[in-house]
Design a protein around this ligand. Structure first.
Ligand SMILES: Cc1cc2nc3c(=O)[nH]c(=O)nc-3n(C[C@H](O)[C@H](O)[C@H](O)COP(=O)(O)OP(=O)(O)OC[C@H]3O[C@@H](n4cnc5c(N)ncnc54)[C@H](O)[C@@H]3O)c2cc1C
Length: 451
C-alpha cells in the first residue's frame, strides 16, 4: 500500500482548497492536494489550467498552487478515513493512505435534484453536467436542447453555451413573476457588493442581447419531459394551457447545495438549514478519535461563491499556521461579499422542489423509488429520512441518498418536520468493487474504517 505523509492534506482543488494550500505553502507546510478531477480548478475554474478563461484572481490562484510546491494528486478520490486517522483514497496508481495532522475538506457543492416527470430518461441531464463538458472537454450539445429551472448557474451556462456556438432553443424559468417580486427586497443587500450586482445585471442584459428566449416568468408553470425511451421534448403548462417544444436534450437546474458526504462520513455533525434548504455542518472543525484535526471550508461549508471560498481557504490557512507558530499574513475583505451572497441565496431560493412531480415520478434513482411510495410511507407515519428509507428503500443505493435525500427532506419540511441526516459510511462515494477489494487486500483488514 502506498503511504503518503504531509503536514496537511487538502481534499478538493477548487478555489477553497487552492486558497488554503497557497496559505499553508507560504508558511512552509508540506501540502498534498487530492482531487478526483484531472486538473486543479474545481467547478468554477474547471479547464482554466488548460487555458480556458478565468478571472484574474482565479488565474493567480492556479499559478500560486502550481509554483508554490503543493503536490496535486489528480483523478484521485478520497472515500473515507481509517480508525487510525489516515485518509483512504484511490487513484490512477491504485489505493493509498494519506497521513497528516490536519485534513482540510474543500469538497465544494453539488446540484439539487430536479425530479420532474421524465427526468430519468436518457437525454435529461443537469445544467452543471453540460457546463462541465463544455469547460472541461470543449464539448457542446449538437442537438436541439432546452434548459429548465432557476438560479444563476442556469442563466450563466445558457450564455456560455450561446457564446460557444450552441445556444439553447429556450430557457424555461420555473421562477414565477410572483416569486421574483416577493424576493425583490432581498436584492437590496447587493449594494454591499456592487461588483456582484454588476455581474448579475450584465448577465441578465447579456441574455437579452443574445436573444435567448426565457419562458415562464408570468405565473407558476408545470414542466414534463416528453419521450418513451429517450427525451423527445418538453411540455410546459402555464395558466391551464399546455405547449410543447421538441428537443433531444433537456438540462435541469435548481441551485446548488454543499457537498458534505465525505464530511458526514468522517464524523461532522450536520443540521438542517431552513434558509438554505439543505444540510450544513454544525461546526467548521472537528477532532477525529485518532487526534487528526479535520476542517471543512468553501462551498462545502455553505454556498458563498468562488471568491469567498478562496478567501475562506486563506483564512483557514492563517488560523492553522498561527496556531502552529508559523503565521501567514492575509488581509480578508470578505464580509461585504458574504452579505451580498446571502441576499442572492434568498432571491434564488429553490423553486422546483417536488411541485412538478407526479406519484409515478422516480425520486430515488438508485432504487427506482417513486414519489407515490414515499408519500404513502409519510401518510403511514414515517417522520424521518431514516424511517422513509426503511419503509421504501429510498436512499439505500450506492450513492447513499446523494440525490433523493434532499427531495425527501422537502416533503418532511412540508409536513412540519425538521429533517435530520441519515448515517453516511465509507465509501463516501461510489467506488468500483475491485478498487475497494484492492484496498482491503493491501490493508489486510476487512473493515479498516470507523464504525
Ligand atoms: C456543477 C457546478 C457548476 C458550477 N459552476 C460555476 C460557475 O461557472 N461559476 C461560478 O461562479 N460558480 C459555479 N459553481 C459554484 C462554484 O462551484 C463555487 O462557488 C466555487 O467553485 C466553490 O469553490 P470550492 O473550492 O468550495 O469548491 P469546488 O470549486 O466545487 O471544488 C471542489 C473540488 O473538490 C473535489 N472533490 C469533491 N469530493 C472529492 C473527493 N471525495 N475526493 C477528491 N476530490 C473531491 C471536486 O472534484 C472539486 O474539484 C458551480 C457549482 C456546481 C455544483
Amino acid at each position: 500500500m502506498r503511504e503518503i505523509q504531509a503536514d496537511a492534506i487538502v481534499v478538493g482543488a477548487g478555489p477553497a482548497g487552492l486558497g488554503c494550500a497557497a496559505g499553508l505553502l507560504e508558511s512552509g507546510w508540506r501540502v498534498r492536494i487530492v482531487d478526483e478531477q484531472p486538473a486543479a480548478g474545481g467547478q468554477l475554474l474547471r479547464g482554466a489550467s488548460a487555458g480556458a478563461p478565468a478571472s484574474a484572481w482565479g488565474r493567480a490562484l492556479l499559478d500560486a498552487g502550481a509554483s508554490g510546491g503543493a503536490v496535486l494528486m489528480s483523478e484521485t478520490t478520497v472515500f473515507g478515513m481509517t480508525s487510525d486517522g489516515e485518509l483512504a483514497a484511490v487513484g490512477p496508481d491504485g489505493p493509498c493512505l494519506l497521513h497528516a495532522s490536519a485534513v482540510v475538506l474543500a469538497t465544494g457543492s453539488q446540484e439539487r435534484p430536479v425530479p420532474v416527470p421524465g427526468w430519468t430518461l436518457p437525454g435529461a441531464v443537469s445544467v452543471g453536467a453540460l457546463q462541465a463538458l463544455m469547460k472541461g472537454a470543449g464539448v457542446v450539445p449538437d442537438v436541439p436542447y432546452v434548459m429548465v429551472g432557476a438560479g444563476p448557474l442556469l442563466l450563466l451556462t445558457a450564455a456560455q453555451l450561446h457564446d460557444a456556438g450552441a445556444p439553447p432553443l429556450a430557457v424555461i424559468s420555473t421562477m414565477a413573476r410572483g416569486d421574483l417580486l416577493a424576493r425583490f427586497p432581498a436584492l437590496a443587500g447587493l449594494v454591499a457588493d456592487p461588483a456582484l450586482a454588476l455581474q448579475g445585471t450584465a448577465l441578465l442584459a447579456g441574455l437579452a442581447r443574445r436573444r435567448i428566449r426565457v419562458f415562464g416568468l408570468n405565473s407558476k408553470i408545470g414542466v414534463r419531459i416528453l419521450g418513451q425511451s429517450r427525451v423527445e421534448g418538453v411540455e410546459i403548462v402555464q395558466d391551464g394551457r399546455a405547449r410543447s417544444i421538441e428537443a433531444s436534450l433537456v438540462a435541469l437546474h435548481d441551485g446548488v447545495v454543499p457537498n458534505l458526504h465525505l464530511a458526514a462520513s468522517l464524523g461532522f455533525p450536520l443540521h438542517w438549514s431552513d434558509a438554505s434548504r439543505c444540510f450544513l455542518p454544525e461546526r467548521r472543525s472537528i477532532t477525529h478519535a485518532s487526534g487528526v484535526e479535520i476542517h471543512v471550508v468553501g462551498d462545502a461549508a455553505g454556498i458563498r461563491g468562488g471568491l469567498n471560498a478562496m478567501r475562506a481557504g486563506r483564512r483557514l490557512a492563517t488560523r492553522l499556521c498561527g496556531r502552529s507558530g508559523r503565521p501567514a499574513p492575509f488581509e480578508d475583505h470578505g464580509l461585504r461579499v458574504r452579505i451580498a451572497r446571502a441576499c442572492l441565496d434568498k432571491v434564488f431560493a429553490p423553486t422546483v422542489g417536488l411541485t412538478m412531480a407526479t406519484p409515478e415520478t422516480v425520486v430515488c434513482r438508485c432504487e427506482g423509488t417513486p414519489l407515490g411510495d414515499i408519500l404513502a410511507s409519510l401518510d403511514e407515519g414515517a417522520a424521518t429520512l431514516a424511517e422513509v428509507k426503511t419503509a421504501t428503500r429510498c436512499g439505500m443505493g450506492v450513492c447513499q441518498g446523494r440525490q433523493c435525500a434532499l427531495s425527501v427532506c422537502e416533503l418532511l419540511v412540508r409536513r412540519g418536520r425538521v429533517p435530520s441526516p441519515t448515517r453516511t459510511s465509507a465509501p463516501a462515494k461510489p467506488l468500483d468493487l475491485h478498487r475497494l477489494a484492492d484496498f482491503a487486500k493491501e490493508t489486510h483488514e476487512t473493515n479498516p474504517f470507523d464504525g
